[in-house]
Design a protein around this ligand. Sequence first.
Ligand code: XBP
Ligand code: MG
Length: 245
Amino acid sequence: MAVSRGFGVDPNRYRALLFDVDGTLAETEGDGHLPCFNESFRELGIDWEWSHSDYGRLLKVTGGLERMHHHARSIGQGGWAESADGQRLLAQAHRLKNDLYAKRLAAGGIGPRPGVVSLIKSALAVGMEWAVVTTTSASNWGALWEGCLSREVARAPALAICGEDVSRKKPDPEAYQLAVSRLGLAPRECLAIEDSPNGLEAALSAGLDCVVVRSLFFEDASFKGALADLTGPHELQIVVPGEFQ
Ligand code: XBP
Ligand code: MG
């Protein structure tokens, strides 16, 4: 469970908010990726069906394609998954999953988590930047932006680092290191907002402060090292020192 309630972000201390995508900006895993994985397995005749609890375990592996390969190994199908046919079919399933996911978002199936839009707007209003640091596929970030965020947040993020931009996904710090260097900021000037232990580890290893906003699959996870451990983005606010709230 989250251990603290409410966190004020001082814009004199941080110049940018760096948001994770899945689970942080929106509950995209349970309502998006998971049903789309299962639909792609059915359509392609792959005899797998992931339950909610299976998926909670599988989320320890970042990256949808990596997650499928991990699952294959864990059920003794690793040899098949590594074969040319297996690799082709799993890559096809991953593409199909992402297409189905994009359709679901375009149809308005998923909205931002409560507090996300007002947090971004109030950060922009005090001159902070916002950016996206995810290791999901770029198409998934694009689908979320077009399908649910762009209508409400007028300004696109200063940058969006996605899975294709890095050679190592979270918990590796590469995505955060790249974001910070492209923003031209120091790690200490950026505040990461994450929902998963892998994301927290990535941000901390890159030298950023990180606030956790717990999501569906990580309600009971341990978040040692987080600056704050919150139940959701609605508990985060921009607080200008000396200004009456
Ligand atoms: C989220 C992920 C992703 C998504 C699925 O990473 O682990 O794998 O579950 O997206 P992050 P893909 O926390 O870095 O956003 O299938 O495109 O990998
Ligand atoms: Mg996440």
